[in-house]
Write a protein that binds this ligand. Sequence first.
Ligand SMILES: C[S@@+](CC[C@H](N)C(=O)[O-])C[C@H]1O[C@@H](n2cnc3c(N)ncnc32)[C@H](O)[C@@H]1O
Length: 356
Amino acid sequence: MLKSFVEMIFKALTKQRLEKVKMVTFGYFGFESLVVGYHIGLFDFLHRQPNSTLQQIKDYLKLSEGSVRALLLACCAFGLIVKNKKRGTYRNDVIYDRLAVRESPNNILPMLDFHQYIIYRSLFDLEKSVKEGRNTGLELFTGPGNTLYDRLSVHPDLQQIFHDGMQCISKTTNPHFVSNAKECKRLNHLVDVGGGDGTNCIALVKQYPNLKATIFDLPTVCELAKKEIQKEGLSEKISVHPGNFFEDPFPSRMDGISYCHMANIYGREKNQLFFKKCHDALPGEGVLMLFQSVSNDDETGDIAAGAMSLYFLAVATGEGSVYSVKDNEDRLKTAGFSKIKHLRLPFNHALITGIK
Ligand SMILES: C[S@@+](CC[C@H](N)C(=O)[O-])C[C@H]1O[C@@H](n2cnc3c(N)ncnc32)[C@H](O)[C@@H]1O
């Protein structure tokens, strides 16, 4: 009796492990099925007309039966859609009905395009990156400089895809950051370093009406930010400061710096130098806020932290990694900051703050 119970548990575990092996080995088919289903409008169609038959889907998509059958099978296998076996009809899985549908306000479609057109392509040669310890994936993107950000400056379409993806990530993750960035109440001038298209800065200025802010980013990105700031009617409150933040001076008269989704991009040494530069430039009681994803404390996850570490290595800079809270805090301390504290936020994010 006991033996058969143990055997049953063992079998169940083996099955579970086997499923995990399949997810890892075939995972890229799941990702591609998601991207294709989104691009051709499969999820949009099933959102509007759930419980559609294969024939109805085929007629709508105007594709061959072979293509539709293969895609539906893959989408079912990866849990993107669900088949009603009795009726033979299909509907979106509840999660993807929100994440992969254009009209859903919480969709992650811009992030999928960022992965598809920028990250995924450069991962094909991950082995080379790992062996050579540099971002060999950058070879896919012609242009100046040694980072993805430099190269994107001469690829406006890809730059837009990148920043739409970052906007999606920031909008999803920043509400908890913004409501907890209480230091902003006493600040006059915040500089959002590597502020991108201004998504985080705009949210902060809306939450803290006394705050003025400046986005410090590369020149072509500042142009994108200007458009977003204008759209929001915030040109009086937010300005841009085009330049390279490692080489160029900060804007004057700042008393706070935010560094959102930034510290993971660069290696420890560069971060250390940059935090020291921030400390030197801030006045007494000035604040540095890091808002970003973090690895778990023992550096074994989560999956997004592991994946994005490889992205930083393979293409972004060749030197970044998703760091733990402690790692970031140690670096702020070494740079001279005190009263260092952190707050863990949803989506494996954290807000880490230091005061000069
Ligand atoms: C990962 S994105 C973060 C964007 C934004 N902070 C957010 O959270 O959505 C990195 C940003 O840093 C900028 N960046 C990277 N290295 C830079 C440098 N050396 N000088 C200025 N901007 C830089 C990029 O252009 C890009 O806008």
